[in-house]
Design a protein around this ligand. Structure first.
Ligand SMILES: Cc1ncc(COP(=O)(O)O)c(C=O)c1O
Length: 403
């Protein structure tokens, strides 16, 4: 069948591809150690599960309002008001099928063909693809390893054109694990404030998983002159990736527009999941804290070990559960055990999986061609075993002889 130009231009998600490949190898009996997963290795806290189980047993199995039940929208509004200091009501909230669909709806709601997405690179793989589906062109703003993968206000100012419509800020970041300080974010917000047609999409989904010196601040609170759309979800903070619960917080006009789009696409999310929203956001946070501490410990450990490897440069992770080491110096131009030239992160990731049975995600699709992403949402033992293999593999590489 002939497929649309839109679909033909679409890049499949490389993170999902690596995770699927590692799972398939494991299922075939291969002893793979995977750093691919973008999800916590913890279970959803019991009181959140109980809320959904009770709703199911009470027969909450019918259509609900597309934007979410009033209680769930209210819970999100309360959370934004009290935790983040962003006064919000239910009219500011739309609940969608994960943070991913929330972002897609927002791109569809504000982008016209020819508009530009300003995208600090490295970035999460779905931003450029979603924006292009909405008709945008993508202007990357490169942020290097030397600046912990963060852009400067000067870079932002220079990148803005009359077509610039959306700037994505994702702090803490997937894939880099680094985050902006409140002062750095404020400086970016002050630049945006001078360009009133520019909208900031603040992807805050890792806001609870923060363990550096800097606290998290909600971008939407930094400068009242900036139009900000905030995205969040229960997926990462509450170990609920499979539940598919995300939300958008924005001015009511945009929420209405996204509600209209959602009404023609998915309608409401699974109805008996709504009570889980208040259970998660209003309930005890001790399990979240346990996860946060585990990620802090693992992040420090994996960073220490990676930094000890010759030629690997790795900013210290301070949020989320990823590291994004630069491997160009240690790897590019070398030959793997089969004599193949390693000239890209993709070639490296493939060879590492084949020869050392370690799965990592190559950085190309994140806009970081010199890096690989390792998720440390896995035990310390697995991290050590995987890094032992990585170390052995790196030692086996030979310098290519230039002729
Ligand atoms: C930065 C970022 N934004 C959004 C999402 C989407 O989250 P969800 O699983 O809730 O759709 C992810 C998931 O990996 C992410 O890393």
């Amino acid at each position: 069948m002939d497929l649309s130009a839109r679909v033909r231009a679409l890049k499949p998600s490389s993170t999902l591809a690596v995770t699927a490949r590692a799972k398939a190898l494991k299922a075939a009996g291969v002893d793979v150690i995977s750093f691919g997963a973008g999800e916590p290795d913890f279970d959803t806290p019991a009181h959140i599960k109980a809320a959904a189980i009770q709703a199911l047993e009470q027969g909450k199995t019918k259509y609900e309002p597309c934007a979410g039940t009033p209680e769930a929208r209210q819970a999100v509004a309360r959370y934004m008001t009290t935790r983040h200091g962003l006064p919000s009501g239910p009219e500011n909230v739309l609940i969608s099928c994960g943070g991913k669909h929330a972002l897609y709806l927002a791109f569809m709601a504000v982008i016209d063909p020819g508009d530009e997405l300003l995208l600090p690179a490295p970035y999460w793989v779905s931003y450029p693809e979603q924006a292009r589906l909405a008709g945008a062109t993508v202007r990357e703003i490169p942020a290097g390893v030397e600046n912990d993968f963060k852009i400067t206000p000067e870079q932002l100012e220079q990148a803005i054109t009359p077509q610039s419509r959306v700037l994505v800020i994702n702090s803490p970041s997937n894939p880099t694990g680094t985050m902006y300080s409140p002062a750095e974010l404020k400086a970016l917000a002050d630049v945006v404030a001078r360009h009133p047609s520019l909208i900031v999409f603040a992807d805050d989904i890792y806001e609870r998983l923060v363990y550096g010196e800097d606290p998290f601040v909600s971008f939407a609170t930094l400068n009242p002159a900036v139009q900000t759309v905030t995205f969040n979800c229960l997926s990462k903070s509450y170990a609920m990736t499979g539940w598919r619960i995300g939300f958008t917080v924005a001015e009511p006009g945009l929420i209405k527009a996204m509600d209209g789009l959602q009404g023609q696409m998915t309608s409401n999310i699974t109805s008996f999941c709504y009570p889980a929203v208040a259970a998660a956001l209003d309930g005890p946070q001790d399990e979240v804290e346990k996860m946060r501490q585990a990620f802090a410990q693992r992040g420090a450990h994996i960073h220490r070990r990676l930094s000890s490897l010759a030629g690997i440069r790795c900013p210290r992770p301070t949020g989320a559960f990823y590291v994004f080491p630069d491997i160009s110096e240690a790897v590019f131009g070398k030959l793997d055990p089969k004599g193949r030239l390693l000239d890209s992160a993709a070639a490296f990731a493939e060879s590492l999986l084949e020869h050392a049975q370690v799965a990592v995600v190559p950085g190309e699709d994140f806009g970081g061609p010199d890096q690989i992403r390792l998720s440390f949402a896995t035990s310390l033992e697995q991290i050590d075993a995987g890094l032992d293999r990585l170390e052995g593999y790196l030692a086996s590489l030979k310098q290519a002889v230039s002729r």
